[in-house]
Design a protein around this ligand. Structure first.
Ligand SMILES: CC(C)(COP(=O)(O)OP(=O)(O)OC[C@H]1O[C@@H](n2cnc3c(N)ncnc32)[C@H](O)[C@@H]1OP(=O)(O)O)[C@@H](O)C(=O)NCCC(=O)NCCS
Length: 119
């Protein structure tokens, strides 16, 4: 039987000096669009980052990287999948995740897809 959405989704929060500095929502149910170039079949190992947000005042100080890397180690063996927001491509690329673009280059509405390398 399929899991209800609430059981598939989890929120993690990151704190610095007792204040929340970032939040991430992950979903066991990964939706990889097959129209992206060279996408691997991640199957049940996939874990989608639905959103990852660092508090504005904390950006640029390594919180996003630390959170993404913590998630990766916490879910060893999973392939983390994220559709990058328009101006966040560089963030995911810096982490060394594999970049996939949509097969239709003429349509710039498609977000870039990033998948973490297998651990
Ligand atoms: C994108 C976001 C999560 C980055 O978090 P952060 O804590 O500022 O990032 P870090 O300080 O950990 O940066 C890690 C690396 O990514 C780079 N980077 C961060 N944001 C970047 C961006 N928007 N574009 C290009 N590179 C970026 C940093 O320069 C740094 O590189 P370095 O390690 O080589 O010096 C944060 O800006 C944010 O919450 N943005 C709004 C929501 C969003 O876009 N979330 C992404 C979901 S798709």
């Amino acid at each position: 039987m399929a899991q209800p959405v609430d059981e598939r989704r989890r929120v993690y929060r990151a704190y610095r000096d007792s204040s929340e500095v970032a939040r991430v929502l992950v979903d066991d149910d990964v939706g990889i669009n097959p129209d992206y170039n060279n996408v691997p079949d991640v199957g049940a190992s996939g874990l989608e980052i639905v959103f990852l947000e660092v508090h504005e005042a904390q950006r640029g100080s390594g919180v996003g990287r630390a959170l993404a890397e913590t998630l990766r180690w916490r879910h060893t063996g999973r392939r983390l999948v994220a559709y990058a927001k328009k101006d966040a491509d560089g963030f995911w690329a810096t982490l060394g995740w594999i970049r996939h673009v949509h097969a239709d280059p003429a349509n710039s509405d498609w977000l870039t897809l990033f998948i973490s390398p297998a651990l």
